[in-house]
Design a protein around this ligand. Sequence first.
Ligand code: HEC
Length: 165
Amino acid sequence: MTLRFLVVATLSLATAPAALHADDTDLVARGAYLARIMDCAGCHMPRAPDGMPLVEKGLAGGTVGFELPGLGTFWPPNLTPDKTGLGDWSEAEIATAITTGVLPDGRVLAPVMPWASYAALNADDLAALVAWLRAQPPVANPVPEPVAAGAPAPAPFYRVTMPAP
Ligand code: HEC
């Protein structure tokens, strides 16, 4: 599925944006490659009830959140350039969130978002990844805000349970 996603993304790049310069196209293609191997879609792509990723929705936000005991439950946000996604973010804000976990309002992302690993990205790869995110079609898909530990969850989430003794 992720492969199909890449093929779709690459095809749409090949046919669509006449406005992009050759250099930009290279940058965006590098970003597509990085997004694939860094598995952004594994968390940020919506899924059907049977668990299959909805490739046509791109990175419009994960359907299933992650409960982190004691910390809260977190749904992977919409990363497309829509208002319900990263539409109002600057490129610098996106780059900072990916590599430091710090959001524009100062909150630090829960560690289920692997920003501590992505902190090792070099500047060129980070620019390519952000350029690819910016080049995606906007998809309107509001994703629930995080909820505090123990608060009712508005959407499905993954929970770790211990086996019975
Ligand atoms: C293992 C799951 C997982 C993977 C893989 C992942 N993310 Fe995330 N990401 C999350 C979760 C969950 C959040 C929300 C965490 C929170 O609210 O504290 C998040 C938040 C973000 C945010 C902040 C968005 C906002 O509106 O607050 C950005 C930007 C982001 N991720 C980009 C990426 C990119 C780019 C990739 C791939 C390179 C990626 N993520 C891979 C789970 C993941």
